[in-house]
Design a protein around this ligand. Structure first.
Ligand code: F0G
Length: 459
């Protein structure tokens, strides 16, 4: 079978029904949820595109692994199985399992990040930034300018601006920079990839300054697919060879297995250096669990081992990334304003351009999220003023440069037909966009308000 077969590299063997609701029911349900989609019960959502995290369909091999898992407290053979796959893929000899990605971040940051430090990178993910700021250190965003422009067609919008990074490396003493973090793909800038040329250049620059380099590898396989298909020098490389090259000469990586290991839970920290492994191990035992399970069941570790192998298969990646691309193209053809090029795991809609009649103070991306639920039972997520929250000092609302709304595509879960229906829902909404009302907040928590805050329709 040619690896370029234009269809999914798997077929379905277990299914579950989709929730079916009427528009009238959804109007009632969303009002009862105070117009916050996090407050909806999942059995009232037909197309759940809230996240691609822990929502993928597992394979028959993974199901078998879950059952065969070794649940021993110490020395689990499932851990050894997972570790050998990770070492093979990344080259890192030391692996600490964690309950999810932020668990790995907590262990690494506990060991390396201190008050007053700076951690440069390409738009750090929220939990990463949270771990840095929690320790009174600073995340410095060094993403290239094109990465911040929703209409730029740069093929690697997750790239790091090398001149900007060098400025940061010069401006701070080496002891204040625990590491530089490259997030592949870069979720916060739209699931945009980082080129291998850029990764190599960052490594060279950091090594010149004696600074460590880590990767946030949550979507590393999708990043490798973009390298193979967009970067001419690597066209003939296998996905696994590209992965090895991404990790070569770096110090380690944090992983959320809920993404490119296609499991419901799990994560790990992979490291190059034994001393750092010992140092991190202490925090792992404190926060996560013993070194051979760290918050995962044996079955989950075995399923991660299988998932990592499946997620680095070219035919799978092609069906995955190209499906997200097709979905983006359908939206674009219908005139829906989206961030281009389409990323690896999600399509981001520009809510300010979709709903030009709404000011940022009327939460346009949240208004779009509510309208999409009512129109088609679709659940996406607001990445705008609500998520940006208030300035901790002034308490003024922070307005990001664009009000985004994310439709993340779970792995191996929805068919093209499903996604066509979702695209048609937005095409129809676009025709009646003037009727979509803004929202106001009637209750909010002091931090992380987006999960629980309550809205009402602007009167
Ligand atoms: N790093 C990246 C790039 C992520 O996208 C996430 C999670 C994490 C780290 C944290 O991993 O959830 O396993 O603790 N992203 C999810 C999302 C929540 O919806 O994009 P976690």
């Amino acid at each position: 079978m040619s690896p370029a077969a234009p269809f999914e590299s798997y077929c379905t063997s277990v299914v579950r029904p989709l929730a079916q609701t009427t528009r009238v029911e959804r109007e009632r349900l969303i009002a009862a949820a105070h117009y916050n989609l996090f407050r909806l019960a999942s059995d009232t959502v037909t197309f759940d595109l809230l996240t691609d995290s822990g929502t993928g369909a597992i394979s028959n091999q993974q199901l078998a692994a879950l059952i065969m898992g070794d649940e021993s407290y110490a020395g689990s053979t499932s851990f050894e199985q997972m570790k050998s796959v990770i070492t093979e893929l990344t080259g890192f000899p030391f692996v600490i399992p964690t309950h999810q990605g932020r668990g790995a971040e907590n262990v690494l940051h506990s060991a390396l990040v201190h008050a007053g430090d700076v951690v440069p990178g390409n738009t750090h993910f929220d939990t990463t930034k949270g771990h840095i700021e929690f320790r009174k250190a600073h995340a410095i965003d060094c993403t290239i300018e094109a990465g911040k422009n929703p209409t730029s067609d740069h093929p690697f919008k997750g790239n790091i601006d090398l001149a900007r990074l060098e400025e940061v490396l010069q401006a701070h003493p080496r002891e204040r920079i625990p590491f530089v973090l490259i997030t592949v793909t870069c979720n916060s800038s739209g699931g945009q990839p980082v080129s291998l040329e850029n990764i190599q250049a960052v490594k060279t620059l950091c090594h010149r300054y004696g600074v460590k380099v880590f990767l946030d590898m949550a979507r590393f396989a999708e990043n490798a697919y973009f390298i193979k298909t967009r970067e001419a020098a690597y066209r003939d490389w296998t996905i696994r060879a590209i992965c090895r090259e991404m990790f070569r000469d770096t110090d380690g990586a944090t992983m959320s297995a809920k993404k490119d290991a296609i499991t419901a839970m799990g994560g790990f920290l992979a490291l190059h250096d034994e001393d750092l492994y010992r140092h991190c191990g202490t925090f792992s035992i404190l926060f996560e669990g013993f070194l051979t399970y760290g918050g995962m069941t044996g079955g989950t570790m075995a399923a991660v081992a299988a998932g990592l192998q499946e997620a680095t298969d070219f035919a799978y990646l092609q069906s995955r990334v190209e499906q997200v691309g097709r979905f983006g193209a359908w939206l674009q053809q219908a005139g829906v304003p989206i961030v281009l090029p389409v990323g690896g795991h999600a399509v981001y809609l520009d809510a300010s351009r979709f709903l030009p009649h709404l000011q940022p103070t009327a939460y346009p991306a949240q208004a779009l999220a509510v309208a999409a639920y009512v129109a088609g039972g679709v659940r996406g997520v607001e990445i705008g003023t609500v998520l940006a929250d208030r300035d901790p000092e002034t308490r003024a609302e922070r307005h990001p440069p664009i009000e985004l709304y994310r439709l993340a595509i779970p792995r191996r879960t929805y068919s093209d037909n499903h996604l066509r229906f979702v695209a048609d829902t937005f095409a129809a909404l676009l025709q009646q966009r003037d009727t979509i009302p803004g929202l106001e907040i009637i209750w909010e928590a002091p931090i992380m308000r987006h999960f629980t805050c309550q809205f009402r329709i602007q009167g």
